[in-house]
Design a protein around this ligand. Structure first.
Ligand SMILES: Cc1cc2nc3c(=O)[nH]c(=O)nc-3n(C[C@H](O)[C@H](O)[C@H](O)COP(=O)(O)O)c2cc1C
Length: 226
């Protein structure tokens, strides 16, 4: 049964204030990942909470979708040899890792509520080089590394003594093997096919700028209706 009071409560909540950054799509750079880096730096400078938290959406071989939050690890802009990419890290034997093996395409979403900004990215997913995965894993806190080594992400977890035993043995393993990196720890990169920037504005004049990849390696730009 619909709860009208919850509906009214939700409707009464404010969304965006007027104190949001300006966005002039005419002045936007030709490469959307340059604009992403600009927005990211601006979010960090403005003290946005967890500006590097992003949602990764995947789909399995039968098209079943799922989404989860991950940390953004890097944004590389395009060079003469390499297209630009957006990077994250996770386990290849996790549900998302299995989705990406079956269907190496993904959508990413960054949302900076304090600035009324959203960035949507969709593209093809590749494995990063092994040394990037290794650096990423070794930069993690030893306790986080032990958790990865003790368990299998998203599988049911034991409790009580069994959990304590497995964690203690993983912590000891990390202490004795400080440079060990499991094969399943992967850096992944998304090479975008499209990137859309959304900016709230006073008087609800939201701006949406969509970049779509062209066949010759460039970008086509469109303003979209909000
Ligand atoms: C803010 C935040 C950051 C996270 N960062 C990561 C990350 O970088 N890598 C990761 O594997 N999981 C990360 N997680 C956990 C994932 O959201 C998710 O629970 C886990 O990866 C299992 O996903 P899966 O079952 O879809 O494979 C993060 C969760 C939150 C809330």
């Amino acid at each position: 049964m619909a709860d009208e009071s919850l509906r009214d409560l939700l409707r009464s909540l404010p969304v965006f204030g007027d104190d949001v950054p300006e966005f002039d799509p005419e002045a936007a750079p030709a490469d959307p990942l340059e604009l992403l880096v600009e927005w990211l730096r601006r979010a960090i400078e403005a003290g946005v909470s967890q500006p590097h938290a992003m949602v990764l959406a995947t789909a399995d071989a039968s098209g079943h979708p799922s989404a989860r939050t991950l940390l953004l690890k890097d944004v590389t802009t395009s060079t003469a040899d390499e297209p630009g990419a957006v990077w994250f890290a996770s386990l290849s034997d996790s549900p998302k890792g299995r989705d990406l093996e079956a269907n190496p395409r993904a959508a990413l979403l960054l949302y900076w509520r304090e600035q009324g900004r959203q960035v949507r990215i969709s593209g093809s997913v590749f494995h990063g080089d092994r040394d990037v995965s290794e650096r990423d894993f070794l930069a993690r806190h030893p306790a986080a590394r032990a958790t990865v080594l003790a368990g299998r992400q998203s599988e049911p977890m034991p409790s009580g003594d069994e959990l304590e035993r497995e964690m203690a043995s993983a912590r000891e393993f990390v202490a004795v093997n400080p440079n060990f990196v499991p094969d399943t720890w992967r850096s992944y990169l998304v090479q975008p096919h499209s990137v859309e920037f959304w900016q709230s504005a006073p008087r609800r004049e939201q701006r949406r700028l969509l970049y779509s990849a062209t066949e010759n390696g460039g970008w086509h730009r469109d303003m979209l209706w909000p």
